[in-house]
Ligand binder design. Structure first.
Ligand code: MTE
Ligand code: MO
Length: 514
């Protein structure tokens, strides 16, 4: 085989150096982002915009998508795109790297603007442009050319050895920088976790009733009445959960109020707190899905904050904004109809876990998370409907976020080995606002049969149910449906989530052996 053409070699070297230069540019910008106000990370910022701008046809799955480790792939994808751009720039400018500076500055500017968290655009631009200039300096240092005095021809300023050595050093520095960034990020997370675990919740002025012993269904594999924090589903747009320093955190109440005010964490902790057990659900939960959890929340009643602020007559909705700029909104009247929304600081007798919104979040009984449950809460605003459209509604989800009637089968799981005879079928049902009236099951499209409801934990919570099935050999299909306290049967129309909640009966297929 012949040697590759010299020109192809120089292209490959240009691409390689271009990749190295953008890797170091990104590492520099990310490192600066850790120090700069607002922590304007280019990679996480761009990922946030990608999530915001995802087109309508994939929008339906958006909430669940960002709830999984697809976020990691999004981050890696963004880095790869930037490195690919670097390869192109390195190839194009391999013989005149000095003049590439405009490209690096423009790329830095564009990235900085796109990635900017709302209030920190200048810091974001500064981080990306400085990163870009460092990348350019690397390109120049490695690809610089000089004119040979004897032949009067251009040739690389670095010897082959010098080039290998220098590019090796750059690669090591970039790898070291990225490791450092990861280490700083994780130590920040641990720092917040240390602060959080040292905190304790004040004694509530009103405690929730204890969970009745009969609220559980005692069968192997069945969901407990209250979801432990580690098992509670997590859905949000945050690539990494915001790490909030409680000594600097504050919560402001503003907009159409007479007396806008701001609370520190200490202020909030000093206010009378109550406990409430509430089932939180995600609108993108498919039929039979797991994006629902029941916890004991502790916090300050939202109405206490509204009373202190003095809501003006023109106010129509409550907007909750997080430290990372995510917003939800729900009608003011739903906060005032007695359902007792909370600014929650505690979850199952612990300070709110970081993943679930530390230091404070909104919890509004009966409303889906996407319209109500702002985690890492920093601002509450009273506005008119026209003034502000919340995040998920901008993304096509319906504005009415009341939780629909739903039921599901938890056991047996579809892959369970089931023998002929008595089999316990059990699950959960919920219809906050109205309450569960009855749960029925049907085997192989046979008649609907009543199940036994476990004790209620209150209308804001799901209710467990169970049914003794005399299982016969063969394959069977079991369906479940809920009838609410008003006698309304849950909708049987099968729909997927988006732009509203899913509907239809959950079912399992079971193979029963002799
Ligand atoms: N800051 C912030 N809060 C948020 C979200 C988010 O993306 N960012 N997602 C909401 C959605 S869609 C749901 S269903 C709930 C989920 O809360 P959890 O993760 O504690 O279960 O949080 C809500 N609060
Ligand atoms: Mo959600």
């Amino acid at each position: 085989m012949d040697d590759p053409q010299p020109n192809q070699w120089s292209k490959a070297i240009g691409a390689y150096v271009g990749v190295l230069s953008t890797l170091l540019a990104l590492a520099t910008a990310e490192l600066l982002a850790l120090i700069f106000p607002g922590n304007p990370s280019p990679v996480f910022g761009i990922a946030g915009r990608v999530i915001d701008l995802t087109p309508a046809d994939i929008r339906e799955n958006l909430i669940t998508v960002v709830g999984t480790n697809d976020k990691l792939f999004l981050g890696i994808g963004i880095v790869l795109v930037v490195l690919a751009l670097g390869a192109v720039v390195g190839t194009k400018f391999r013989n005149r790297p000095e003049s590439a500076w405009t490209v690096y500055v423009i790329l830095g500017l564009v990235l900085g603007v796109i990635a900017a968290p709302s209030a920190y655009i200048l810091w974001s631009i500064a981080a990306s442009v400085i990163g870009g200039l460092v990348g350019w300096a690397i390109l120049v240092a490695l690809l610089r050319r000089r004119v040979d005095a004897e032949t009067n021809q251009q040739q690389p300023a670095l010897s082959r050895r010098g080039f290998l050595l220098a590019s090796g050093v750059v690669a090591v520095v970039a790898a070291g920088g990225i490791t450092t960034i990861a280490a700083i990020r994780s130590s920040r997370e641990q720092g917040v976790e240390r602060v959080r675990s040292a905190l304790s919740l004040p004694r509530p002025v009103k405690k929730a009733l204890p969970v009745p012993a009969g609220a559980a269904v005692d069968v192997k594999g069945m969901t407990p009445p209250v979801t432990p924090n580690d098992d509670f589903y997590r859905i949000d747009t945050a690539l990494t959960p915001p790490t909030v320093d409680v000594t600097n955190w504050s919560l402001s109440i503003s907009g159409k109020v007479d007396n806008p005010f701001t609370l520190t964490y200490a202020d909030l902790m000093a206010m009378p707190q109550i406990q409430k057990r509430v089932t939180l659900a995600c609108v993108s939960n498919p039929v039979g899905g797991d994006l629902v959890g029941n916890a004991l929340w502790q916090g300050v009643p939202l109405t206490a904050l509204l009373d202190r602020a003095g809501v003006q007559p023109g106010a129509q909705q409550i907007v909750g904004e997080s430290v990372d700029g995510f917003t939800v909104a729900f009608p003011l009247e739903l906060a005032l109809d007695g359902r007792e929304p909370l600014v929650a600081v505690g979850m199952n007798d612990e300070p709110l876990p970081v993943l679930h919104g530390f230091p404070a979040r909104l919890v509004v009984p009966g409303l889906y998370g996407y319209v109500s449950a702002t985690k890492w809460l920093s601002k509450i605003r009273l506005t008119t409907m026209a003034e502000e459209t919340p995040f998920w509604v901008q993304n096509g989800w319906i504005a009415d976020g009341r939780i629909a009637a739903a039921s599901r089968i938890d056991v047996p799981s579809s892959d369970a080995e089931v023998r002929v005879g008595n089999v316990v079928v059990a699950g959960r049902a919920w219809h906050q606002e109205v309450a569960v009236g009855a749960v029925e099951v049907s085997v192989d499209s046979g008649p609907w049969q009543s199940t036994k409801l476990a004790d209620s934990m209150g209308i804001d919570c799901w209710r467990l149910w169970s049914w003794n099935w005399a299982a016969t050999p063969g394959q069977h299909r079991i369906e479940v449906r809920m009838i609410d306290a008003n006698g309304t049967v849950q909708s049987s129309r099968r729909t997927d989530p988006g732009p509203g909640p899913s509907s239809g009966y959950d079912q399992i297929m079971i193979d029963v052996s002799d």
